[in-house]
Design a protein. Structure first.
Length: 256
């Protein structure tokens, strides 16, 4: 029986699944691998089928764009055509375990399970870091969210630099890549507030592609928390501060 030409997604492999296969292949081969090596590794998971041209194009995108933006693979180097894993990519593979996150469906008010997408989340956090650097040019940013075990409700901490550093606030930022109708649970929201309190931050920012509940929005207003809520707001800000809007469009396309 002839082999079928398929994409990874048609066989049930998500983009994150295919990136994980690629990273494992790179690690297995000593830290670097060719795209052909990664094609072969993914095809071994296709039940005897082969990647179609579209399947290969999608896999290339997952590796050379999504995984690179997430910081798990080094950018392409024409002098060394193999793909190389970063320390963050190695840490991701070594620590990976499938996980779900509780979110609140704001349309129904009920708590639901959402499958966590670590790679997309890391890519989104990197894009938000680019935005923060434009919005607050006189700050240095520590990406605490890279170390999830020690995150404690805050993904970024911004400290002012320069002659007026003592006049500027210390900023804490939490970032959530959520569906448009999803809000953090009360537990997650309180974790964010507690993270700001214990670190004695002067200013807090909550960024989400989803929404907040009415109560969370009220508490944010009372506490002076800056909220960047929803995809449209992020697209407007990225245009205002000259951030590559395609980064966000690529990320948000999964929810269309």
């Amino acid at each position: 029986m002839p082999k079928k030409k398929v994409t990874g997604s048609q066989i049930g492999l998500s983009g994150e699944d295919q990136i994980r296969i690629g990273l494992k292949t790179i690690l297995k081969q000593g830290g670097e691998a060719s795209m052909s090596d990664i094609y072969s590794a993914v095809e071994r998971e296709l039940g005897g089928n082969e990647l179609s041209n579209q399947g290969k194009a999608s896999l290339r995108y997952f590796i050379n764009t999504t995984a690179v933006r997430a910081g798990f693979v080094y950018p392409y180097d024409k002098n060394s055509p193999s793909w190389k894993i970063t320390p963050e990519g190695r840490e991701y593979i070594e620590a990976y375990s499938p996980s779900e996150e509780d979110v609140v469906n704001v349309d129904t008010g009920k708590t639901e399970k959402a499958v966590s997408n670590t790679v997309r989340g890391a890519e989104f956090e990197k894009s938000i870091l680019m935005l923060l650097q434009k919005m607050y040019p006189h700050y240095t940013w520590y990406h605490q969210g890279k170390h999830k075990k020690n995150e404690r409700g805050i993904d970024f901490i911004g400290n002012p630099i320069g002659e007026t550093m003592f006049e500027r606030p210390t900023i804490g930022v939490q970032v959530k890549l959520h569906k448009p109708n999803s809000a953090p649970t009360e537990t997650e929201w309180l974790k964010f507030l507690a993270g700001c309190f214990v670190r004695k931050l002067d200013q807090a920012i909550f960024v989400t592609t989803g929404r907040l509940t009415g109560n969370q929005r009220r508490e944010a207003g009372e506490g002076g928390i800056t909220v960047i809520e929803g995809i449209e707001n992020l697209l407007d800000l990225s245009e205002t501060f000259s951030i590559d809007i395609n980064i966000y469009n690529d990320l948000f396309s999964q929810y269309e």
